[in-house]
Design a protein around this ligand. Structure first.
Ligand SMILES: Cc1ncc(COP(=O)(O)O)c(C=O)c1O
Length: 404
């Protein structure tokens, strides 16, 4: 018989150093409580609550019927790479060729590819903080050294060019950020990106990974890309994908646009790790781009309405200090007002305690800010129905009122 108790499994230092994705962990806990019969409202998810648009689903069905069941070229089908080139021209006025594009199994893989291809052990990677959970972990996997620099709430959580200038050393290899940002929803405008680009111009050993996966969920001015500054373009890797804008999280299609040598390196690492992403999902992604941005714009209008709804409800909750996010579908209030308060003899020491309390008392799942490098904050995803948002905010308000 297979005796699991007697087996001493020795895992690598690499995996032991890695943290479990907190967003996924929180979602798991929420599901466990729901399985026990509690009515849990899950605001911890980082994904649209919308179904993928029908025309994209239809393209996937057709791909199956047309026999697209074989391995795909590692960097993606040529027509999908060309469609991505066309998208960069249409949306961002950026000129690329298919050789600059690598399609991957989600933007997550794109990011991992880039970091693995650029970062040597000991290299410093500057991460604009608050940051998306996986950035720091993928740097760890590459044995790089994360250097988070924190944007302040007063500056809409955005890191400034001056802060960046101070953080760059001769060991800096890469700078990573998302705009629109997960978790803060803040969006860099063209002037802010230009100031950052001017700093990077002075440091030719530094590469820049701009994660633009929330590009289509932007409530403000036209989306700006740091790759549009020619003087650093060769060093910019733009990451994007289909998960958020086209509500295609489960399909797993992301991509990069980068200098040919970086793209070739990503192709090489991907050829050993996963090969080309799913044939059917690629056909669906191609159809998504052919359909333009209208489905994304419709969803974005709904997110904007929900943002305003939750911001309005948040005004009734004492001690939540928040920015007004211009993109993505998150709110990221500073909740430190509640630290040191107690309920039933139990003290809330940090945002993790607060998120656990709100999960067990209000049955609302959120993600504590330490997962994003901001332990004073908590992340709300408002990618859910108005009814659930109203109910969740009501429950949160009641639970917080019990804290003394
Ligand atoms: C900022 C950011 N980048 C990348 C990703 C990964 O996206 P994908 O589903 O395409 O792997 C996410 C997903 O939550 C994200 O929030």
């Amino acid at each position: 018989m297979y005796q699991t108790e007697e087996v001493n499994i020795v895992l690598s230092d690499r995996i032991n150093a890695l943290a479990e994705s907190q967003t996924i962990a929180m979602a798991k806990k929420g599901r466990e409580l729901a399985a026990q019969g509690f009515d849990v409202i899950n605001l911890s998810f980082g994904e649209p609550d919308f179904q993928t648009p029908q025309y994209i689903k239809d393209a996937a069905k057709k791909a199956i019927d047309d026999g697209f069941t074989f391995y795909t070229p590692v960097p993606g089908y040529p027509e999908l790479r060309q469609a991505i080139v066309d998208k960069f021209k249409r949306d961002n006025n950026l000129d690329y060729k298919p050789e600059n594009i690598v399609v991957s199994t989600g933007a997550k893989q794109s990011i991992a590819n880039v970091v693995m291809c650029l970062v040597n052990p000991g290299d410093e990677v500057i991460i604009f903080s608050p940051y998306w959970v996986s950035y720091e972990e993928v740097v760890k996997l590459s044995e790089g050294v994360s250097v988070p620099i924190m944007g302040t709430l007063e500056n809409d959580f955005k890191v400034t060019a001056e802060q960046l200038e101070q953080a760059i050393t001769s060991n800096t290899k890469l700078v990573m950020f998302s705009s629109p940002c997960n978790p803060t929803g803040s969006v860099f405008d063209a002037a802010e990106l230009e100031a950052i680009a001017r700093v990077l111009e002075k440091h030719p050993q530094v590469y820049i990974m701009a994660d633009e996966i929330y590009e289509y969920i932007n409530f403000g001015a036209k989306h700006a890309s740091i790759a549009s500054f020619d003087f650093i373009k060769d060093r910019v890797i733009t990451v994007n994908g289909f998960s958020k804008g086209y509500a295609m999280t489960g399909w797993r299609v992301g991509y990069i646009a980068a200098h040919k040598e970086i793209a070739t390196a990503c192709d090489k690492i991907q050829s050993q790790m996963t090969s080309g992403t799913c044939s059917i999902a690629q056909k669906a992604a191609y159809a998504a781009l052919q359909g333009g941005k209208s489905a994304a714009e419709e969803m974005s209008a709904v997110y904007l309405r929900r943002r305003d709804l939750v911001l309005d409800l948040m005004k009734d909750i004492p001690g939540f200090a928040t920015n007004v996010p211009n993109g993505a579908f998150y709110l990221f209030p500073d909740v430190s007002y509640y630290f040191g308060k107690s309920v039933d003899g139990k003290e809330i020491k940090d945002s993790f305690d607060l998120s656990m309390y709100l999960l067990t008392d209000a049955h609302v799942a959120l993600v504590s800010g330490d997962a994003f490098g901001a332990p004073q904050c908590i992340r709300f995803s408002y990618a859910t129905s108005d009814e659930k948002l109203v109910e969740a905010m009501e429950r949160i308000k009641k639970s917080l009122a019990k804290l003394q």
